[in-house]
Design a protein around this ligand. Sequence first.
Ligand SMILES: O=c1ccn([C@@H]2O[C@H](COP(=O)(O)O)[C@@H](O)[C@H]2O)c(=O)[nH]1
Length: 274
Amino acid sequence: MTEPFGRRLAERTAERGALCAGIDPHPGLLDAWGLPRSVSGLEKFALGAVEVLAAEAAVIKPQSAFFEAYGAAGVAVLARVINYARQGGALVLLDVKRGDIGSTMGAYTAAYLDGDSELAADAVTVSPYLGFGSLVPAIETARAAGRGVFVLARTSNPEAWQLQNALLPNGKTVAQSIVDEAAAVNRGVAPLGDVGVVVGATVAPGELDLDALNGPVLAPGFGAQGATVGDLRRLFGTALRGVLPASSRDLLRHGPDPAALRAAVRRIQASISE
Ligand SMILES: O=c1ccn([C@@H]2O[C@H](COP(=O)(O)O)[C@@H](O)[C@H]2O)c(=O)[nH]1
């Protein structure tokens, strides 16, 4: 039987720490690494980064958009990144933010969460803005395959608060209601449920009640978007149980020298676990 995602994540973070290392091949980072803005530059960047980071971090988060930008050849590089990250011992959280009506969501599920698709990851980010219920078949498929999803709840970007903090007729914010729906799926699962939420590290403390979630929290916004370790502690408490602080640009800028990148990831991991 396949080991559940939540359990695999709990084990991997206990071994390696909570940092989720993002692989975002921004054009500006390719320039900084002395690489061309081409498929060959993308490949050297992404494979160079994953070789170092997958041996260090519990979770690798490739940002699909930066691979899709190069068309089919870029997506082929993404498939190799997913494979290399696994070989390096990391879990892969593919940041694709998919969400659609049920029938179309089924096709996304086949691409990213089912069987042996070359783009299938250990978990993916999904958008609940067609209704949390539209994600339920994807969640069921993911769990049956030992995989997970991270549902966007309160994202790190400054434009998000108006929509995500809007009040529903039941008095909850949109973001809180998404957290509560995820909590309902995770109830009773040990040590950690398979349905995570995305809560930006840039969000103000006190907006959300995560006590009943019993699942992981992806916390982007740490580093390049301005959030610090202090912000993580204020937002999530000192234990940070199940919280995956995610950093992409602030980490990747230390390449291309593998030793410098390795030193940077270790430094950031140490600062989180202090
Ligand atoms: O709320 C969200 C959800 C996802 N992201 C993604 O995380 C990384 C952040 O990159 P940095 O370079 O560390 O800022 C990027 O892939 C975003 O698409 C997010 O930032 N906020």
